[in-house]
Write a protein that binds this ligand. Structure first.
Ligand code: 5GP
Length: 223
């Protein structure tokens, strides 16, 4: 009689933009060969440093829609005017071999996966506070001033979804954050996982910063 292998975990990592979730995931992958990162398909244009098949599969709308029609995605979602989706085959194949599969996806897609796979472990990564989020978005020099403001506006909506995640992890010191995520995957600790006061403070502070930034833009535009 064959021995049934335990399925690998399905781990969903989401978080505010600029929070460093990509770095957390890279560290997890470097630290162990028990993990495989799912490469998403997207219709957005590649950035300068991005490679097809490494960061994403960059495709045209028709190819993406064809994949939807063939039921080839575990989940897919629209995000700022482009499609993003998780190819199903990779996830099933690796989980079948007992390897933990990591999906780094946004909230709508994460909730679709959780509905189909209640066993998925959902982790939301956040900065310690909204000021730190603004600082990281500014320091990475990827977006214009206005784009950063709109990313922070979007974070207000995302913060409201934090409570649907199994765990919220603060990325303050990177190595600590990686260790916490790893502990969650291995042990699935129980106990309080979400602090509504943290979310309220975060959203309040986001709103204050957005007003400041918009006033600042008006000030510079009127000079
Ligand atoms: P970016 O364009 O900055 O690479 O990603 C934008 C957002 O899309 C990020 O929040 C990222 O986690 C999310 N994302 C990347 N791949 C997928 C995917 O396959 N499905 C969904 N639902 N979101 C994705």
């Amino acid at each position: 009689m064959g021995i049934l292998k335990k399925l690998g975990n399905l781990v969903i990592i989401s978080g505010f933009s600029g929070v460093g979730k990509g770095t957390v995931v890279q560290k997890l992958l470097e630290g162990s060969d028990h993990y495989a990162l799912s490469i998403s398909m997207t219709t957005r244009k590649p950035r300068d440093n991005e490679e097809h098949g490494v960061h994403y599969y960059f495709v045209k709308d028709e190819e993406f829609e064809d994949m939807i029609a063939k039921n080839g995605f575990l989940e897919h979602a629209g995000y700022v005017g482009c499609y993003y989706g998780t190819p199903r085959a990779f996830v099933e194949e690796h989980r079948g071999k007992g390897i933990d599969v990591i999906l780094e996806i946004e909230v709508q897609g994460a909730l679709q996966v959780k509905k189909r796979h209640p066993e998925a472990i959902m982790i939301f990564i956040t900065t310690p506070n909204a000021r730190e989020m603004e600082r990281r978005l500014t320091n990475r020099k990827m977006d214009s001033y206005a784009k950063i403001t709109s990313r922070m506006e979007r974070a207000i909506e995302e913060a409201e979804q934090m409570k649907k995640y199994d765990y919220v992890v603060i990325n303050d010191v990177l190595d600590d954050c990686v260790r916490t995520v790893e502990e969650i995957i291995v042990n699935e600790p129980s106990g309080p996982r979400y602090d509504p006061k943290f979310k309220d403070r975060f959203v309040e502070s986001l709103k204050e910063i957005i007003v400041e930034r918009k006033n600042c833009t008006e000030f510079s535009e009127n000079r």
